[in-house]
Design a protein around this ligand. Sequence first.
Ligand code: UDP
Length: 446
Amino acid sequence: MVITIVLFPFPLQGHINSMLQLARILHSLGFNISIVHTQRNSPNPHNFPHFTFNSFPDGLLETEHASESDLLAFIMRLNVSCIVPFRDCLQKVSSNDSEDRVACLITDAVWYFSQAVADELKIPRIVLRCTSISSISAFSALSALREKGCLPIKDSEVDKAVPEVLPLKMKDLPVVHEKNPEDLQQILANTGRETRASAGLISNSSEELEGTKLAGAQEAIPIPFFVIGPFHKYFPASSSSLLVQDMSSISWLNKQKPESVIYVSLGSIASIDEAKFQEIAWGLANSEQPFLWVVRPGSICGSDWLEHLPSVFLEMLYGKGHIVKWAPQQEVLAHQAIGGFWTHCGWNSTLESICEGVPMICMPSFGDQKVNARYVSDFWRVGLHLEDKLERGEIERAIRRLMADPEGEAIRDRAVRLKDKVDQCFKEGGSSYRSLDSLTGFLSSL
Ligand code: UDP
């Protein structure tokens, strides 16, 4: 009898990528894969012919989507509106499966409501954490810090180290600037409680990267941990992109010198204002370094795309810069022309860069991105942190430091060594290899 596993991704790009990569890993181990998902941000089933897909309407309006400023409200609303349609969908999937047994449900940690549904239908639930292990610890530390009166962060304390979660500073804590700060507390409390109530936790990280943080995170969440990442390394580039990836990125890179290009992308949610956009544009141009820049439509507040860039900027690029709406990021980072990644430090982007040995310039925006950025700059020391005001002169200097100075050379060496270290985790006896073995045994025993 084949064992079926139902996976339920959260409908945001980074979360969908991680869940579908996990699905591919489990499928390659012989499990049957059934994806239950919201109709919003639906993955393309044609790219995954071996999986079955079941969708349901999430009950929110088309106009209610996740933006940086109301992400938490979006998460909370979905955790209410999806209860009934998800339960109906899961019930249908588990009763359909007459020959094959539904062994368990794997949901994103953010779907905290799903634990009660899994309990009701008597299906064990395993949680996928799409963030780093360090971020789990940082999120867990927030409530104690709040009780100690350290939050909200005081202006005079932003650079103070946080002993509970070193090397983080107060300004790196994964708080989200929200209209309603209680929303974050509630989401963290719900996510923590329902994760502790689950049968296990799968992490898209590796002991080679975060082994020193694992014991602390397991103490906070005393359930079996399976640290089997980085997921995307098991297979060639994933095909779960919600936006069309502009392949001219690759043909343009093919014309550039090795390690000469800085790739710039702020992920699928972060947004910037018009003034910052102009500083980034002129900082890039003035650095005189070739660049590939992803400007996601909707990511600049108040404009559709490039209409506010002066025509003189576009004219002076002369092929030195290439701007696209969305890129095939994994292929871009693996390209020999790439010499650096200016990133918002989403966890997927951070892992994708580490796995290609590409050094980073970190410009985190909110949440766990700030934790990841500190680890990149101060713990693994494979990138520079744009700590100060986002200003064209600073940007130009940071790009030169990374791409042309001896300091950048040293960072690049460390990035290559870190990549080699992470490569070991998949080899026989490596940490992710062993953990995946335990996960296979665990899933088969359910
Ligand atoms: N991505 C992509 N093309 C782009 C920019 C990003 O395919 O032009 C992918 C990237 O490879 C990563 C995901 O989108 O897998 C972004 O996830 P991440 O966790 O880095 O950030 P988020 O978008 O969740 O903030």
